[in-house]
Design a protein around this ligand. Structure first.
Ligand code: GRF
Length: 218
């Protein structure tokens, strides 16, 4: 069974975390061993506690208030996670960019979800089923990305599961999910449908990664 830690914040309400909790063990060969939030008021913390998963709060503003540099925050976050010996770290609504200071502890083992279409090659755009193209909305979090795609008149909304690198919202793509923008859609209706798709692509990715890991340690 692969050991998974999930990093969240108060950006969303932890629906992706809930999907991971609901499908752990049966849907993929994994177990969530800890949930860390950068904000104490993240609803995902309630979801984790209901599932008896250990939680920790790691708020960067507390570090800053104590005059500690960002690198120190990332070091301490990585060292806290190390205590749980994770095989995989999933960023599901995590807001802070992570640099090599953090990533070097877990090379190629940090994955994330982004509500934009990250291309396979930097500079490219992802082709949509109707032949138009979708943007990655890199750097725009949550509803802001959905708002931007509606404003741009994009015909499909999309999310990407990818391996985290030190470039914001860029990295090797594991899965993408698309939903068609319907007439009358607003941020709320569209994002709700996209989140359902996100749950599917996240679970599919975890399924593959947990199997890969199981194969490589055989
Ligand atoms: C997701 O849309 C994810 O793509 C983004 O943050 C959101 C978190 O949503 N990074 P939820 O809290 O899992 O509902």
């Amino acid at each position: 069974m692969r050991r998974i830690t999930v990093l969240i914040s108060n950006l969303g309400t932890g629906t992706n975390l809930q999907a991971l909790i609901d499908e752990a063990t049966t849907g993929y060969n994994g177990q969530i061993v800890c949930v860390i939030s950068s904000k104490a008021d993240a609803y995902g913390l309630v979801r984790a506690k209901q599932a008896d998963i250990p939680t920790e709060i790691f708020d960067y503003t507390d570090f800053r208030a104590q005059g500690k540099p960002r690198a120190r925050y990332e070091e301490e976050l990585a060292q806290t996670l190390q205590r749980y010996s994770p095989d995989l770290i999933v960023l599901a609504g995590w807001k802070l960019a992570l640099s090599q200071t953090f990533l070097r502890y877990f090379p190629w083992r940090v994955i994330a979800l982004h509500p934009g279409l990250i291309p396979d090659r930097p500079g490219n755009q992802v082709k949509l089923p109707d032949g138009t193209y979708g943007d990655d909305y890199a750097g725009l979090a949550g509803e802001n990305a959905i708002q931007a795609l509606l404003a741009a008149g994009q015909t499909y909304a999309g999310s990407t599961v990818y391996v985290v690198t030190d470039q914001v919202d860029r990295g090797p793509v594991l899965a993408r999910g698309l939903v068609k923008v319907e007439p009358g859609d607003d941020v709320e209706t569209l994002y709700e449908r996209l989140k359902e798709k996100e749950h599917d692509i996240l679970l599919d990715s975890l399924h593959e990664l947990c199997l890969e890991k199981a194969k490589s340690t055989r």
